[in-house]
Design a protein around this ligand. Sequence first.
Ligand code: GLU
Length: 318
Amino acid sequence: MSFTVNTSIPTGRFAPSPSGRMHLGNIFTALISWLSVRKAGGRWILRIEDLDPQRSKLEFARQIEDDLHWLGLDWDEGGIDGLGDRGPYCQSLRNDIYQHFFDKLRSAGLTYKCHCTRADIMATQAPHESDGRIVYSGRCRPAAAPPFPQCASEQTGATRLFVPDRDIDFVDRVYGPQSVNLTTHCGDFVLQRADRAWAYQLAVVVDDALMGVSEVIRGNDLLLSSAQQIYIYELIGHTPPAYAHLPLVCNAAGQRLSKRDSSMSMAHLRLTLSPREIIGRIAHMAHIIDKYEPCSPSDLIDSFDWSKIPQSKTIVIH
Ligand code: GLU
Protein backbone atom coordinates (compact mmCIF):
# COMPACT_ATOMS: atom_id res chain seq x y z
CA MET A 1 0.00 0.00 0.00
CA SER A 2 1.32 3.46 -0.75
CA PHE A 3 -0.20 6.75 0.30
CA THR A 4 0.40 10.30 -0.86
CA VAL A 5 -0.74 13.23 1.20
CA ASN A 6 -1.17 16.79 -0.07
CA THR A 7 -0.84 19.06 2.94
CA SER A 8 -0.49 22.37 1.11
CA ILE A 9 -4.16 23.37 1.58
CA PRO A 10 -5.38 24.12 5.12
CA THR A 11 -7.59 21.16 5.88
CA GLY A 12 -9.97 20.69 8.76
CA ARG A 13 -12.42 17.95 9.54
CA PHE A 14 -15.46 17.17 11.58
CA ALA A 15 -15.41 13.59 12.80
CA PRO A 16 -18.66 12.71 14.57
CA SER A 17 -19.47 9.27 15.92
CA PRO A 18 -22.94 8.33 14.61
CA SER A 19 -24.21 7.02 17.93
CA GLY A 20 -27.07 9.44 18.43
CA ARG A 21 -28.46 12.81 17.38
CA MET A 22 -26.00 15.71 17.57
CA HIS A 23 -26.37 18.29 20.32
CA LEU A 24 -25.36 21.91 20.55
CA GLY A 25 -21.85 20.99 21.74
CA ASN A 26 -21.23 18.98 18.58
CA ILE A 27 -22.49 21.86 16.46
CA PHE A 28 -20.17 24.25 18.31
CA THR A 29 -17.17 22.05 17.35
CA ALA A 30 -18.37 21.72 13.76
CA LEU A 31 -18.94 25.47 13.41
CA ILE A 32 -15.53 26.50 14.78
CA SER A 33 -13.70 23.93 12.68
CA TRP A 34 -15.65 25.04 9.59
CA LEU A 35 -15.00 28.74 10.24
CA SER A 36 -11.30 28.16 10.81
CA VAL A 37 -10.77 26.51 7.42
CA ARG A 38 -13.22 28.71 5.54
CA LYS A 39 -11.37 31.79 6.81
CA ALA A 40 -8.07 30.27 5.68
CA GLY A 41 -9.51 29.34 2.27
CA GLY A 42 -9.11 25.65 3.07
CA ARG A 43 -11.24 22.56 2.78
CA TRP A 44 -13.44 20.76 5.25
CA ILE A 45 -13.88 17.02 5.51
CA LEU A 46 -16.77 15.14 7.08
CA ARG A 47 -15.55 11.81 8.43
CA ILE A 48 -17.97 9.33 9.95
CA GLU A 49 -16.32 7.69 12.97
CA ASP A 50 -18.38 4.51 13.07
CA LEU A 51 -15.73 2.21 14.50
CA ASP A 52 -17.95 0.85 17.22
CA PRO A 53 -20.33 -1.57 15.49
CA GLN A 54 -22.62 -1.81 18.53
CA ARG A 55 -23.23 1.93 18.91
CA SER A 56 -22.95 3.26 15.34
CA LYS A 57 -25.99 3.46 13.08
CA LEU A 58 -26.27 4.59 9.47
CA GLU A 59 -29.50 6.34 10.40
CA PHE A 60 -27.60 8.62 12.82
CA ALA A 61 -24.95 9.36 10.17
CA ARG A 62 -27.75 10.41 7.80
CA GLN A 63 -29.20 12.70 10.46
CA ILE A 64 -25.77 14.26 11.05
CA GLU A 65 -25.48 15.06 7.36
CA ASP A 66 -29.01 16.43 7.26
CA ASP A 67 -28.43 18.63 10.34
CA LEU A 68 -25.17 20.03 8.91
CA HIS A 69 -26.88 20.83 5.57
CA TRP A 70 -29.78 22.46 7.38
CA LEU A 71 -27.37 24.65 9.38
CA GLY A 72 -25.37 25.68 6.28
CA LEU A 73 -22.17 23.80 7.20
CA ASP A 74 -21.05 22.35 3.88
CA TRP A 75 -18.19 19.93 3.40
CA ASP A 76 -15.85 19.58 0.44
CA GLU A 77 -14.94 15.98 0.99
CA GLY A 78 -16.28 12.95 2.80
CA GLY A 79 -19.67 12.01 4.15
CA ILE A 80 -21.51 8.73 3.75
CA ASP A 81 -21.27 8.82 -0.04
CA GLY A 82 -17.54 9.44 0.16
CA LEU A 83 -17.07 12.58 -1.91
CA GLY A 84 -13.35 12.91 -2.73
CA ASP A 85 -10.37 10.71 -3.50
CA ARG A 86 -9.03 9.93 -0.03
CA GLY A 87 -11.91 7.79 1.04
CA PRO A 88 -13.63 5.81 2.17
CA TYR A 89 -14.68 8.42 4.72
CA CYS A 90 -16.58 6.02 7.00
CA GLN A 91 -14.15 4.36 9.39
CA SER A 92 -16.02 1.05 9.19
CA LEU A 93 -14.86 0.79 5.56
CA ARG A 94 -11.16 1.43 6.27
CA ASN A 95 -10.22 -1.88 7.82
CA ASP A 96 -7.36 -2.70 5.37
CA ILE A 97 -5.80 0.71 5.90
CA TYR A 98 -5.75 0.38 9.71
CA GLN A 99 -4.41 -3.16 9.33
CA HIS A 100 -1.51 -1.85 7.24
CA PHE A 101 -0.39 0.64 9.89
CA PHE A 102 -1.08 -1.77 12.72
CA ASP A 103 1.18 -4.34 11.02
CA LYS A 104 3.94 -1.74 10.76
CA LEU A 105 3.85 -1.12 14.51
CA ARG A 106 3.64 -4.84 15.18
CA SER A 107 6.61 -5.62 12.90
CA ALA A 108 8.59 -2.97 14.73
CA GLY A 109 8.04 -5.06 17.89
CA LEU A 110 6.18 -2.24 19.65
CA THR A 111 2.97 -4.13 20.40
CA TYR A 112 1.94 -6.99 22.64
CA LYS A 113 -1.17 -8.97 23.45
CA CYS A 114 -3.11 -8.15 26.58
CA HIS A 115 -5.60 -10.47 28.24
CA CYS A 116 -6.49 -8.25 31.18
CA THR A 117 -10.13 -7.88 32.07
CA ARG A 118 -11.47 -4.49 33.08
CA ALA A 119 -11.33 -5.67 36.69
CA ASP A 120 -7.61 -6.58 36.32
CA ILE A 121 -6.89 -3.15 34.88
CA MET A 122 -8.75 -1.35 37.66
CA ALA A 123 -7.05 -3.46 40.31
CA THR A 124 -3.54 -2.73 39.03
CA GLN A 125 -4.05 0.99 38.35
CA ALA A 126 -1.65 3.41 39.93
CA PRO A 127 -3.47 4.68 43.07
CA HIS A 128 -3.03 8.38 42.23
CA GLU A 129 -5.10 8.24 39.06
CA SER A 130 -8.45 9.30 40.41
CA ASP A 131 -9.82 11.53 37.64
CA GLY A 132 -11.56 8.75 35.73
CA ARG A 133 -8.71 8.05 33.32
CA ILE A 134 -7.61 4.47 33.05
CA VAL A 135 -3.84 4.15 33.22
CA TYR A 136 -2.59 0.72 32.21
CA SER A 137 0.00 -0.70 34.59
CA GLY A 138 1.80 -2.80 31.98
CA ARG A 139 0.67 -6.08 33.57
CA CYS A 140 0.89 -8.03 30.27
CA ARG A 141 3.93 -6.19 28.91
CA PRO A 142 6.85 -8.57 28.18
CA ALA A 143 9.67 -8.28 30.71
CA ALA A 144 12.43 -7.51 28.17
CA ALA A 145 12.51 -4.11 26.45
CA PRO A 146 11.11 -3.79 22.89
CA PRO A 147 11.33 -5.04 20.18
CA PHE A 148 8.89 -7.56 21.61
CA PRO A 149 8.62 -10.97 19.91
CA GLN A 150 5.31 -11.26 17.99
CA CYS A 151 3.22 -14.39 17.73
CA ALA A 152 1.23 -14.16 14.50
CA SER A 153 -1.06 -17.06 15.40
CA GLU A 154 -2.31 -15.55 18.66
CA GLN A 155 -5.82 -14.39 17.85
CA THR A 156 -7.28 -13.63 21.26
CA GLY A 157 -6.88 -10.60 23.49
CA ALA A 158 -6.45 -6.91 22.84
CA THR A 159 -3.24 -5.49 21.32
CA ARG A 160 -1.45 -2.70 23.16
CA LEU A 161 1.17 -0.25 21.98
CA PHE A 162 4.28 0.17 24.13
CA VAL A 163 4.77 3.75 25.36
CA PRO A 164 8.10 5.01 26.65
CA ASP A 165 8.39 6.99 29.89
CA ARG A 166 8.53 10.24 27.98
CA ASP A 167 6.88 13.65 27.84
CA ILE A 168 5.15 14.72 24.65
CA ASP A 169 5.15 18.51 24.23
CA PHE A 170 2.76 20.35 21.96
CA VAL A 171 1.04 23.71 21.73
CA ASP A 172 -2.73 23.88 21.71
CA ARG A 173 -4.13 26.89 19.87
CA VAL A 174 -6.61 27.62 22.64
CA TYR A 175 -4.98 26.27 25.83
CA GLY A 176 -1.31 26.95 25.01
CA PRO A 177 1.74 24.74 25.71
CA GLN A 178 1.08 21.22 26.99
CA SER A 179 3.44 18.57 28.30
CA VAL A 180 2.04 15.08 28.81
CA ASN A 181 3.94 12.10 30.19
CA LEU A 182 2.76 9.02 28.31
CA THR A 183 3.40 6.59 31.15
CA THR A 184 1.50 8.53 33.78
CA HIS A 185 -1.21 9.76 31.41
CA CYS A 186 -2.24 6.43 29.87
CA GLY A 187 0.45 3.74 29.91
CA ASP A 188 0.58 1.25 27.04
CA PHE A 189 -2.69 1.78 25.21
CA VAL A 190 -4.95 -0.37 23.06
CA LEU A 191 -4.65 -0.34 19.26
CA GLN A 192 -7.04 -3.17 18.59
CA ARG A 193 -9.67 -4.39 21.02
CA ALA A 194 -10.20 -8.05 21.89
CA ASP A 195 -13.31 -8.05 19.64
CA ARG A 196 -11.03 -6.95 16.72
CA ALA A 197 -12.47 -3.42 16.60
CA TRP A 198 -9.78 -0.79 15.91
CA ALA A 199 -9.15 1.67 18.70
CA TYR A 200 -10.01 5.33 18.16
CA GLN A 201 -6.38 6.43 18.79
CA LEU A 202 -5.02 4.41 15.88
CA ALA A 203 -7.86 5.15 13.47
CA VAL A 204 -7.95 8.90 14.11
CA VAL A 205 -4.22 9.30 13.45
CA VAL A 206 -4.18 7.15 10.33
CA ASP A 207 -7.23 8.95 8.92
CA ASP A 208 -6.09 12.48 9.73
CA ALA A 209 -2.63 11.72 8.33
CA LEU A 210 -3.88 10.15 5.09
CA MET A 211 -6.63 12.72 4.55
CA GLY A 212 -4.08 15.54 4.79
CA VAL A 213 -5.74 17.09 7.85
CA SER A 214 -3.68 20.07 9.00
CA GLU A 215 -5.85 21.17 11.93
CA VAL A 216 -7.77 19.11 14.46
CA ILE A 217 -10.48 20.95 16.36
CA ARG A 218 -12.55 19.17 18.99
CA GLY A 219 -13.68 19.31 22.62
CA ASN A 220 -11.10 19.63 25.39
CA ASP A 221 -12.00 16.19 26.74
CA LEU A 222 -9.56 14.97 24.07
CA LEU A 223 -6.81 17.53 24.80
CA LEU A 224 -4.46 15.11 26.57
CA SER A 225 -5.08 12.24 24.19
CA SER A 226 -3.41 14.41 21.53
CA ALA A 227 -0.15 13.26 23.16
CA GLN A 228 -0.97 9.61 22.39
CA GLN A 229 -1.81 10.64 18.85
CA ILE A 230 1.39 12.64 18.36
CA TYR A 231 3.33 9.58 19.54
CA ILE A 232 1.63 7.43 16.86
CA TYR A 233 2.37 10.12 14.23
CA GLU A 234 6.05 9.85 15.14
CA LEU A 235 5.99 6.07 14.86
CA ILE A 236 4.32 6.03 11.44
CA GLY A 237 6.48 8.90 10.16
CA HIS A 238 3.83 11.57 9.52
CA THR A 239 3.68 15.19 10.70
CA PRO A 240 1.02 15.86 13.35
CA PRO A 241 -1.64 18.50 12.65
CA ALA A 242 -2.13 21.72 14.64
CA TYR A 243 -4.44 21.09 17.59
CA ALA A 244 -7.14 23.39 18.95
CA HIS A 245 -9.38 22.15 21.74
CA LEU A 246 -12.59 23.88 22.68
CA PRO A 247 -14.35 24.47 25.99
CA LEU A 248 -17.02 21.87 26.68
CA VAL A 249 -20.55 23.17 26.36
CA CYS A 250 -22.61 22.84 29.55
CA ASN A 251 -26.28 23.37 30.26
CA ALA A 252 -27.52 25.98 32.72
CA ALA A 253 -27.09 23.44 35.55
CA GLY A 254 -23.36 23.23 34.70
CA GLN A 255 -23.55 19.69 33.29
CA ARG A 256 -21.71 18.79 30.13
CA LEU A 257 -24.12 18.18 27.26
CA SER A 258 -24.52 14.57 26.25
CA LYS A 259 -26.49 12.80 23.57
CA ARG A 260 -29.12 12.13 26.25
CA ASP A 261 -29.71 15.88 26.83
CA SER A 262 -32.87 16.10 24.81
CA SER A 263 -33.43 19.86 25.10
CA MET A 264 -30.06 20.58 23.45
CA SER A 265 -30.44 17.86 20.85
CA MET A 266 -30.82 18.86 17.22
CA ALA A 267 -34.12 16.97 17.15
CA HIS A 268 -35.56 19.40 19.68
CA LEU A 269 -33.67 22.51 18.53
CA ARG A 270 -34.91 22.12 14.95
CA LEU A 271 -38.49 22.22 16.19
CA THR A 272 -38.03 25.41 18.17
CA LEU A 273 -35.31 27.49 16.44
CA SER A 274 -34.27 28.42 12.91
CA PRO A 275 -30.76 27.53 11.65
CA ARG A 276 -29.78 31.20 11.91
CA GLU A 277 -30.95 31.37 15.52
CA ILE A 278 -28.92 28.28 16.46
CA ILE A 279 -25.76 29.55 14.75
CA GLY A 280 -26.23 33.01 16.30
CA ARG A 281 -26.60 31.51 19.79
CA ILE A 282 -23.43 29.47 19.43
CA ALA A 283 -21.47 32.37 17.93
CA HIS A 284 -22.52 34.58 20.84
CA MET A 285 -21.68 31.88 23.40
CA ALA A 286 -18.22 31.50 21.79
CA HIS A 287 -17.64 35.28 21.83
CA ILE A 288 -17.37 35.43 18.04
CA ILE A 289 -20.09 38.11 18.08
CA ASP A 290 -20.61 40.54 20.97
CA LYS A 291 -24.36 40.68 20.76
CA TYR A 292 -26.72 37.85 19.88
CA GLU A 293 -28.23 38.01 16.45
CA PRO A 294 -29.43 35.31 14.09
CA CYS A 295 -26.84 34.64 11.38
CA SER A 296 -25.55 32.03 8.96
CA PRO A 297 -22.12 30.34 9.24
CA SER A 298 -20.89 32.36 6.22
CA ASP A 299 -21.86 35.65 7.93
CA LEU A 300 -19.31 34.83 10.66
CA ILE A 301 -16.24 34.15 8.51
CA ASP A 302 -14.97 37.74 8.68
CA SER A 303 -15.47 38.15 12.42
CA PHE A 304 -14.02 34.74 13.33
CA ASP A 305 -10.69 34.93 15.14
CA TRP A 306 -9.07 32.28 17.32
CA SER A 307 -8.18 34.85 19.97
CA LYS A 308 -11.91 35.28 20.71
CA ILE A 309 -12.44 31.66 21.79
CA PRO A 310 -12.66 31.45 25.60
CA GLN A 311 -9.87 29.53 27.33
CA SER A 312 -12.14 28.32 30.11
CA LYS A 313 -12.75 24.60 30.56
CA THR A 314 -16.48 24.97 29.94
CA ILE A 315 -18.95 27.44 28.53
CA VAL A 316 -22.59 27.64 29.38
CA ILE A 317 -25.39 27.78 26.84
CA HIS A 318 -28.71 29.23 27.95
N1 GLU B 1 -15.45 10.78 16.99
C1 GLU B 1 -15.08 11.63 18.07
C2 GLU B 1 -16.33 12.14 18.75
O1 GLU B 1 -17.40 12.15 18.15
C3 GLU B 1 -14.27 12.82 17.63
C4 GLU B 1 -12.85 12.57 17.76
C5 GLU B 1 -11.94 13.67 17.19
O2 GLU B 1 -12.42 14.73 16.76
O3 GLU B 1 -10.75 13.41 17.17
O4 GLU B 1 -16.24 12.53 19.89
